[in-house]
Design a protein around this ligand. Sequence first.
Ligand SMILES: Nc1nc2c(ncn2[C@@H]2O[C@H](COP(=O)(O)OP(=O)(O)OP(=O)(O)O)[C@@H](O)[C@H]2O)c(=O)[nH]1
Ligand SMILES: [Mg+2]
Length: 284
Amino acid sequence: MLVGNKADLGHLRAITTDDAKAFAERENFFFMEASARDALNVENAFTQLLTQIYRKALLEGEIASSTFADDDYDYMYKVVLIGDSGVGKSNLLSRFSKNEFSLESKSTIGVEFATRSINVDDMIIKGQMWDTNGQERYRAIPSSYYRGAVGAIIVYDITRNVTYENVERWLKEFRAYTDPGIVVMLVGNKADLGYLRAITTNDAKAFAERENILFMEASAQDALNVTHAFTELLTQIHIKAQQGPYPRHLPTPMKTTNRKESCATCTSSSPPQPERGQSRRRDK
Ligand SMILES: Nc1nc2c(ncn2[C@@H]2O[C@H](COP(=O)(O)OP(=O)(O)OP(=O)(O)O)[C@@H](O)[C@H]2O)c(=O)[nH]1
Ligand SMILES: [Mg+2]
């Protein structure tokens, strides 16, 4: 994080906020102006940095996924969002998890995650969705980002050909790090911009069929097919997990018959890690 301190001395300013902000964006740093004297943004800066460190440690398996432990769900599945920068990954996620959309173009820094639960066959299925930026120069996404993922959403922008052409690369990278049994969905975002369309629905659909992956066009802006896409993916993951054989690096799914049962009884033999696929948390 880059911090411009002494913001209380605005009348003596030599560096504009915009210059520092642009520099931080280029370097993929967090940025904040603060004043230790006036207690301006000090707590904010440390909190933002510590949150990011925590997420990174969580992602790299250095700490347990206890963030999600106080929840009520039967199964949890990790899903990763991938695709070129600017295709709308973060907005699809915020639309699904918080019903929010932002017009502002702000590339994701580091990794973010969001969760939302849905009902499938009287079970509460929780999606733990991870998001990172797709910028070319940060393309070396750490393998830890993919670790434990049982689903992926590859996003392209229906108005930008290059983002569609890169789908194959994303798919290849993703498959190199994950189990072949993983459920993948291709999402053509920004369907509200139909008049600027560069990729036909039929082309994308045919590609998805060849690759044996799910496909949907969506719009984070108009909330079109967003919930549908995530719900369909999570449902397919759940169906697959129930059928087995389950991907070899993931723990065996647990059968649940009584949600009220305490977890002490259900985890007596090697409990599955929540971030690795399935779990049940009914202990609160
Ligand atoms: N018209 C339209 N614009 C969208 C839609 N979804 C996202 N955008 C816009 O596209 C821009 C990029 O969206 P993001 O969600 O930040 O894209 P991203 O894929 O997360 O980008 P990185 O974090 O850099 O990888 C923003 O200005 C959004 O407002 C959509 O469905 N329709
Ligand atoms: Mg983003």
